[in-house]
Structure formats: structure tokens, C-alpha cells
Design a protein around this ligand. Structure first.
Ligand code: 7RM
Length: 635
């Protein structure tokens, strides 16, 4: 079978085949990749433990699929086009050959610094080509990367480094994002005070800001590269990996206070990222593809690095933000590199929409033939703006639903092949078996229904465990409904069988496409000395999708509430990072609790949404009086 589906009738045929004979289907997909040894068994699984094994017995290295296999015919093809934060700085183009050389060099640097197969490496870098190089170099030598987004605080990094027991950190002196300079090395230094496992820090020069370099621990990227060069550029033989060896850990928020380390493995993840990229975007050789995500999130892992490179694509990597130095920036980039495929997030679309059509004037977007959206539900207004103003009604929009845990796109239109519908992720990709279930775990069949979204059969890109705590993986994803993976999302299936994801049904917020647990934010707020208790909920936010609303009970000694408000924001920034800062803080004297002490978030959510009538049944509350006070003080 061909890796790529090219007509609606073929989609239906292939979809049915993938359900009827999943193992044959996936074996045929996997055949289009380069393996050192083919598998003995396609799939072995149970969702009880859970235990999921794809392509057992197979041997491979994902970087041979992303680099080596393209060299003979396409070595000079651009692999990465890098656009700097500052449009006046020179851009960079790395061909497949050049990228291969750099990955090999840095793989040797890692080996020289004692990194071995199975070791965990934390990567905290800005969006520069060296980030992709570092990720691929880890994969090449069999080290497990854990990329931490540049917006997280020292405390968050320390927690992640300690959870994975990383032995080495790769960072930069600093990074540029819009008008801001981010002191990455300083933040790492603060984090490492708490981290005993880290022996080495490799520091890339980017911002040339002053940093402290600790003897015996910190080394410069550039110096280490020179050492490899003076060794006469030895080749960097790949570590031959088992299909189920760990490829990476990526931390993501859930409904508890502590982020989970989602684990992906080499074989299945590679097949899934490559298959979904090729299909959803219908990538043709020579096309220029631009995904605006950060590699610190799963979208960047799967659809800036592994997916596109495994298919020999040209992937644009952008260091900056959509509004710097002006809200024309994305359109300038599209014009400059004649971008054909643009994959971005609803929050970015809404933000750019708010500037009107001025920033689009005189910009040539005619190269665009396909569009993608990811990270959160896309409202119809944003969908139509994207379609009309960016795609000129000629470019199909793939509204791609998926998660860190799924490794790749699950439900999405296939660009130009299957139908789109505003606000709908539409249909599952072949190989994906979604089901809707009610509160009791009973499958809801038929169309025109809604329920909680589960997946009832494994797919190669799914998570295998949560690092260091398999029980947590079972509890979170496989215990709510028997024999199903539970996504945490609510979903509607319309009369035509098209899926629309309506949002999280657990205590997870989605702020500008970033997942944030309400418990995580509450823990951070509660660390402030003046705070007795807090409750965090989401509310609809015009640009961010959801905003963070915090109800906070203060201790008695607080005199200057305005200062305390700012101090709380500072505390959250310190503990988690600026992305989790509450948009609104309401000081209250009590929270609506049941007699058993549970906070009734439903009420708090309604008030945050501005809905003060219809609060539903409040008779089970310990003190119904607090509700009136909270309503009166709502922001
Ligand atoms: C890729 C990514 C996952 C959560 C997921 C949803 C929400 C993502 C869509 C969406 C509606 C979409 N991974 N989500 N894509 N909701 N339509 N197309 O975002 O792990 O960071 O977040 O994001 O709630 O569960 S993630």
C-alpha cells in the first residue's frame, strides 16, 4: 500500500481496511521506512496494564530515516530554513547533507561528554537550528531527550530534570523572543541548585549576554565542536535501537499538580509522525512547509522535526513571535520563503485577526495551498478568517486534533482529499478508532451524539508509559473506561459522523494552546505567604481561548491587596512560568464547598464566565452565602 491516500473513496476503503486488519495496515505503512531489521510481530497489547508494543524485534535509528536515507538523492535539498527573531539578522538554510553533518558532529560531542544510550538529556534552547540538531543528535546516539519549553521557570525545569534524572543539560547563554531577551543559562543555573544528577552543561552562544560558566560542569558548544573537528571529523555511527526503546520524554500537564513525563518510543513514534505528516498535509517534494509551534511542545517534535524530516520535507523554523516586529511577521515569512503549507494555532490566528487586514496589505500569500490548525478548538470566526484572508478560499484547512500522548494527529481532514467543516476536526485518520462514551463508560453509537472521547484500539504513536510511574499512566488514561484510552476531551459527532472536539472535561486548561492544570496553578498560588487557599478555573478569553481565573482567600495580615496581587503573579511566574499567570484574581472570604469539603468548581466556572443566574443546585453547599459574595465581587 502507498503511504499516502489521495482520494475520498480511497480514504474510506483504507479506513475500513485499517479497522479490519490493523496489523497488516500498519505493517504496510511501516514498510516505507528504513529499518536495520524488520519486526517479528507488528502488535502486542492490552489496555489493562497497559502494555503496548509495536514492531517488536525491529531495529532502527530514527535519524537514519530523517537524514541518512535522503542523502544520496536529495542531499542538497533544504531540510531546515531558519528565520531569526530579528528580521535584519541573516536567515540560515541547512541542506540535508549539512544537517546530517551537524547532527553527527554534535552526536560525537555528546559521546565525548559521557552520554550513553539510555541516558536522559534535558534540552532548554531557543528556537534555533541547534535545537533540532541537539534533539536529533540525542536520537542518533540513543540518548533520551527531554525538551523543556523556554518559557518555563527554573523550578519547573528542576522538577523535570529530577524526575527524569538527566545527566546532561543543553542550553544557550540566552534567547530572543520578540522584544524580550530570555536569560536561559541564568535560569538553568537557578534550576541546577536543586539537581544532583546533572554532571555537564553544554552552552550554545546565541545572545552573547554574560553568563557564569562553572569549571568542570559547564562547557561551550562551540569549543566542544572544535574538539570533534580536530579529531578529523570522525563519523557518528548510529546507535541501533529496538523499536520499543525510549526515544523521548515530554512533560505535560494533567489534572494533578505534577506534570507527567509522557514517554514515546523509537519505532512506533517514527512511523506515526511520518505517516500523519505525509497524509494530512499531502506533502509533495519541493514544497515549503512552515509550522509555527515551538519544539518545546509536542507539535514541534512531531511536525517541525521528526515528521517532516522523515519525509524529506523542507521545514521552516521560526525563532520569534507572530507580532514582532509587527503583526505582518508570519506573512513576511510566507512571502520570503514562498511557504506552501502553513500549520499554526487558533490563538495566533485570533491574535492576528485582531489587527485587521492592514498587516496583510501588499503581502503575497499566493504560494499557500494548504493550511493547518492545532492546539485547541478553532472558533468559526477564526476558521473563516484563516480560510478567506490567508488561504484565499483555495487552501483546505486541516483542523488537527491530537495530544502530547497520541504522538501525532488523530482526527483531521486530509488536505484536499477529505471534506472540511468549520470548527470540526472531521474524521479519524485510517488506523485511528475513536469512540464516544457516556459517564458510565457505555459506548454511544450512531450519529448526532456527544460524549467523552476515547480511543479503543492502539496506534503506533501512542504513549507507552509516564516516566518513572507506570501506575500513574494506567490511572490517568486507562482506568476511567475499561479497555479504552481516555483522552480527557469532550466531543460531538454530528449527523454525518464528523467529530468536533468541544474541550477538556477534566481540570485542565488550554491557554493559548498550552495545557495547564488548575491544580498546578493553585499549588503555585498557595506557595505565596499571604494565601490561605485558592481555586483556579478557566473562562472564555477572546485571544487565548481560555483565560486563567483565580479565586484567592488571603490571610488576615494583608494590608496592600494590590501589591499582594502582583506578588501572587510573580510567585506563579517563579514556580511555573509566565504562561500560567492568572488573568484575573478575585479575593474572596470563602470558597463554595460541599459538606465533604470539595470545591464546587461548576459554580466558580459559571461565575468566571459571567453567568450569575442559573448556578444550578447549591443546596449541598456548606455555606450557600459565599456564593452571593463571590457573585457580587466577580471581575
Ligand atoms: C497537539 C496538542 C492536547 C489538548 C487536547 C485538546 C486540545 C488539540 C485540538 C484541540 C480541539 C483541536 N497537544 N486540542 N488540538 N481541541 N481541536 N484541533 O495540542 O497535549 O498540548 O494538548 O489540546 O483538548 O486534549 S497537547
Amino acid at each position: 500500500m502507498n503511504l499516502k491516500i489521495t482520494s475520498f473513496s480511497e480514504y474510506k476503503e483504507v479506513y475500513d481496511y485499517s479497522v479490519r486488519e490493523p496489523e497488516n495496515f500498519w505493517a504496510e505503512i511501516a514498510d516505507s521506512f528504513r529499518w536495520r531489521k524488520k519486526w517479528d510481530k507488528v502488535l502486542e497489547w492490552n489496555f489493562k496494564e497497559p502494555s503496548i508494543k509495536w514492531f517488536q524485534g525491529a531495529k532502527l535509528n530514527i535519524t537514519e530515516n530523517c537524514l541518512d536515507r535522503h542523502l544520496e538523492k536529495h542531499g542538497d535539498r533544504p531540510a531546515i530554513i531558519w528565520e531569526p527573531n530579528d528580521p535584519d539578522e541573516a536567515h540560515r538554510v541547512l541542506s540535508y547533507k549539512q544537517l546530517h553533518d551537524k547532527v553527527c558532529q554534535f552526536g560525537n560531542v555528546l559521546r565525548n561528554n559521557g552520554v550513553k544510550k539510555g541516558d536522559r538529556v534535558c534540552i532548554y534552547l531557543p528556537m534555533v537550528p541547534e535545537l533540532a540538531i541537539a534533539v536529533l543528535a540525542c536520537a542518533r546516539i540513543g540518548a533520551i531527550h527531554s525538551v523543556v519549553f523556554g518559557g518555563f521557570s527554573a523550578q519547573s525545569i528542576a522538577d523535570r530534570i529530577n524526575d527524569a534524572e538527566c545527566s546532561l543539560v543543553i542550553t544557550a547563554d540566552g534567547g530572543f523572543r520578540g522584544a524580550k531577551d530570555i536569560p536561559l543559562k541564568d535560569i538553568i543555573d537557578d534550576a541546577l541548585v536543586q539537581c544532583r544528577s546533572v554532571q555537564k552543561v553544554i552552552v550554545l552562544t546565541r545572545s552573547r549576554s554574560p553568563v557564569s560558566m562553572i569549571k568542570g560542569r559547564d562547557v561551550w558548544w562551540e569549543d566542544e565542536i572544535k574538539k570533534v573537528e580536530t579529531q578529523g571529523n570522525p563519523p557518528c555511527p548510529v546507535e541501533i535501537m529496538d523499536a520499543e526503546d525510549l526515544l523521548f520524554i515530554l512533560y505535560t500537564s494533567g489534572s494533578t499538580g505534577k506534570p507527567k513525563g509522557v514517554v514515546h518510543t523509537c519505532g512506533g513514534y517514527m512511523v506515526y509522525a511520518g505517516y500523519t505528516f505525509a497524509n494530512v498535509f499531502q506533502y509533495h517534494p519541493g514544497e515549503v512547509y512552515f509550522c509555527t509551534a515551538d519544539i518545546g511542545w509536542i507539535t514541534g517534535h512531531s511536525y517541525i522535526v521528526y515528521g517532516p524530516l522523515s519525509q524529506g520535507a523542507t521545514t521552516v523554523m521560526f525563532e520569534g513571535v507572530p507580532t514582532y516586529p509587527s503583526p505582518s511577521r508570519y506573512w513576511d515569512i510566507v512571502e520570503k520563503y514562498k511557504v506552501n503549507i502553513l500549520y499554526t494555532a487558533p490563538t495566533a490566528i485570533r491574535s492576528l485577526m485582531s489587527f485587521g487586514t492592514g498587516p496583510l496589505e501588499g503581502k503575497d500569500l499566493s504560494s499557500i495551498t494548504k493550511l493547518g490548525s492545532v492546539g485547541e478548538p478553532i472558533n468559526e470566526e477564526a476558521w473563516h478568517w484563516f480560510d478567506e484572508k490567508i488561504g484565499n478560499k483555495q487552501a483546505p484547512i486541516a483542523d488537527t486534533w491530537w495530544q502530547t500522548e497520541t504522538g501525532g494527529i488523530m482526527i483531521s481532514p486530509i488536505a484536499g482529499v477529505t471534506t472540511t467543516k468549520p470548527g470540526y476536526a472531521t474524521l479519524p485518520l485510517p488506523g485511528v478508532q475513536p469512540v464516544l462514551v457516556d459517564e458510565n463508560g457505555k459506548e454511544i453509537e450512531g450519529n448526532g451524539v456527544s460524549g467523552n472521547l476515547c480511543i479503543k484500539f492502539p496506534w503506533p504513536g501512542m504513549l507507552r508509559t509516564t516516566y518513572g510511574d507506570h501506575e500513574r499512566c494506567r490511572q490517568t488514561y486507562f482506568s476511567t473506561y475499561e479497555n479504552m484510552y481516555f483522552t480527557g476531551d469532550g466531543c460531538l459527532r454530528d449527523e454525518d459522523g464528523y467529530y468536533k472536539i468541544t474541550g477538556r472535561v477534566d481540570d485542565v486548561l488550554n491557554v493559548s494552546g498550552h495545557r495547564i492544570g488548575t491544580a498546578e496553578v493553585e499549588n503555585a498560588i498557595n506557595m505565596h505567604t499571604d494565601v490561605v487557599e485558592s481555586a483556579v478555573v478557566g473562562y472564555p478569553h477572546e485571544i487565548k481561548g481560555q483565560g486563567v481565573y483565580a479565586y484567592v482567600i488571603l490571610g488576615e495580615s494583608v494590608h496592600d491587596k494590590e501589591l499582594t496581587r502582583k506578588n501572587i503573579l510573580q510567585t506563579v511566574t517563579r514556580i511555573i512560568g509566565a504562561i500560567a499567570k492568572p488573568d484575573k484574581i478575585q479575593f474572596v472570604s470563602g470558597l463554595p464547598k460541599t459538606r465533604s469539603g470539595k470545591i464546587m468548581r461548576r459554580i466558580l466556572r459559571k461565575i468566571a464566565e459571567g453567568e450569575t443566574s442559573n448556578l444550578g443546585d447549591t443546596s449541598t453547599l456548606l455555606d450557600p452565602g459565599v456564593v452571593d459574595e463571590i457573585k457580587a465581587g466577580a471581575l
